[in-house]
Write a protein that binds this ligand. Structure first.
Ligand SMILES: Cc1ncc(COP(=O)(O)O)c(C=O)c1O
Length: 407
């Protein structure tokens, strides 16, 4: 084959500056070694049949061409109605909602629509790994503020957060309930962040895709009570409605991560910018699946209560198993992950440990370093997810019993 002489870099600096997703890579490695996959956060149980049936009906009913680029009307209406009953917020489906290809596209479209090159975006760390490439792709300068693990959960230092804000700060990203820590931000914390956003005229991107996965027994989360935990959105905090971009998705709440349907709720000026970016990135999300989404979002409250109960029981099963087998961790307050400390196992780092766990024990996890910009900070941590069938969690528990024997 003729080899032309290359005189230019064929890979952009942006693309070269981040690696492929470690989380997604772990799923491929898990499959290779036939490991129980507690790495990537997708359910291994079926999506609800009635939701799938609506998707099949929509395909048979010929909703198969491009939808309106910012979303099928019935779906946007359903999002507005659900936001009203669940968060008591009035959202205009004509001017404040954009349907995207998953919340993944929602976040990057949102950042590209608002952030100019060099503007700073504050990110709590550890963070969901997509936020780092999101910042690079949108030319933002990420500023990391640590979340510290304590016996009462994960907390940030108010002074450190305040010091991260300045006149060059464009936005802050929060993920609430949080992946990977399981933290649920308290009302007091949200109000503190909100005050800073108002003082420095900053936009808040709030990734709330785990809004329905929140556990009983959490300490102080504003509206929430111990027996009836309820999500508190940043958009509900006084004075934040007009500077909050809520990122959400069908993926986790309806167990359809492969459908790639998400949505963004934002004030009209930001929405109109997001719609333009979204249009040229993807044109639109899958039309028939948005029709099914309209049905999903109209499900009664009972659906969400059941979901919460299911995940509560999975959490209550797996966390003690991990603790018994040498992982140091707390009960997560929300989402379906548990970040654990592996320092007692004596491995050089999280990647070595993860390889050992997959190949020798048969359980896949995500190395903690993929959630930190400074990899050394996550070098003694791994993240488990528990959005899996009970028998999958049981199989993982059995395999993990071999851990101390093999070390
Ligand atoms: C915090 C967070 N945001 C976004 C996503 C991706 O969601 P989607 O499937 O809607 O793109 C995930 C998936 O694990 C996640 O944990």
């Amino acid at each position: 084959m003729n080899q032309t002489k290359l005189t230019k870099n064929r890979i952009s600096k942006k693309a070269a500056s981040f690696t492929e997703s470690v989380i997604r890579e772990m799923s491929r490695v898990a499959a290779k070694y036939d490991a129980v996959n507690l790495g990537q956060g997708f359910p291994d149980f079926p999506a609800p049949f009635d939701i799938k049936e609506k998707a099949m009906e929509a395909i048979a009913g010929d909703h198969n061409q491009y939808a309106i680029t910012w979303g099928v009307k019935s779906f946007r209406d359903a999002i507005a109605e659900k936001t009203k009953w669940f968060l008591n917020l009035d959202v205009d489906p004509e001017t404040e909602i954009t349907v995207t290809c998953g919340s993944t596209e929602g976040m990057i479209a949102g950042m590209m629509a608002t952030v100019d090159a060099g503007e700073e975006v504050i990110v709590f760390e550890p963070f969901y790994e997509n936020y780092a490439p999101d910042a690079i792709l949108s030319d933002a300068k990420p500023v990391h503020v640590p979340l510290y693990q304590t016996e009462t959960g994960w907390h940030f230092e108010k002074d450190e957060l305040r010091n991260a804000f300045n006149e060059n700060t464009k936005a802050i990203i929060i993920c609430n309930p949080n992946n990977p820590t399981g933290k649920v931000f308290t009302r007091e914390e949200l109000e503190f962040i909100a005050e800073l956003c108002r003082e420095f005229d900053v936009i808040c991107f709030t990734d709330e895709i785990y809004e329905h996965i929140i556990y009983k027994g959490i300490r102080d989360a504003g509206e929430m009570t111990r027996d009836n935990p309820k999500h508190l959105s940043m958009a509900q905090i006084d004075g934040m409605n007009d500077r909050t971009v809520v990122i959400n998705s069908l993926s986790k709440t309806y167990s359809v991560t492969g459908w790639r349907v998400g949505y963004v709720i934002a004030p009209p000026d930001i929405t109109s910018a997001i719609r333009k970016v979204h249009d040229f990135l993807t044109v639109g999300a899958a039309n028939p699946l948005q029709h099914a989404g309209a049905y999903a979002l109209s499900l009664p409250e009972k659906y969400y209560r059941e979901l919460q109960k299911e995940y509560q029981s999975k959490r209550d099963f797996i966390v003690p198993v991990l603790q018994k087998n040498g992982f140091k961790c707390e009960m997560p307050q929300g989402a379906y992950y548990v970040m654990t400390d592996i320092s007692d196992f004596g491995f050089a780092n999280d990647v070595e440990f993860t390889k050992f766990l997959i190949q020798e024990i048969g359980v896949a996890v995500v190395p903690g370093s993929s959630f930190y910009h400074d990899k050394s900070l996550g070098a003694q941590k791994v993240r488990f997810c528990f959005c899996k069938k009970d028998e999958t969690l049981q199989a993982a528990a059995e395999r993990l019993q071999n851990l101390t024997k093999k070390i």
